[in-house]
Ligand binder design. Sequence first.
Ligand code: 5GP
Length: 114
Amino acid sequence: MSETLFSKIIRREIAADIVYEDDEILAFRDIDPKAPCHVLFIPKTPIATLDDAGPEQAALLGRLMLEAAAYARREGFAERGYRVVMNCRDEGGQSVYHIHLHLLAGRQMGWPPG
Ligand code: 5GP
């Protein structure tokens, strides 16, 4: 898999507003936020798309969700609600091919998405 700019963010070669980090996961604010709170949760080991993930990554994918939920709770969004989204490939709207979970919060979300 060719490297994306998210690997450079992990290595601190590109600046990002990092809000959470552990051994497996990094979370940082989206550079072009679509909501008052817009954070990307990424695995430190790159996986290009959700379609490229396998059963061996089930726990890691679950952890992305749980860390997003924990962050939303810490930031006071749990009761009001929020959205998590993972775009997959072109028609899914994916632009960076290093899997990432969007956490969007702080405004009313619409449905269906555009
Ligand atoms: P996708 O469209 O692949 O689901 O989401 C990629 C996200 O990465 C977009 O929301 C975009 O704004 C964000 N993004 C792209 N380049 C950068 C960057 O250099 N820094 C940060 N923090 N976010 C970025």
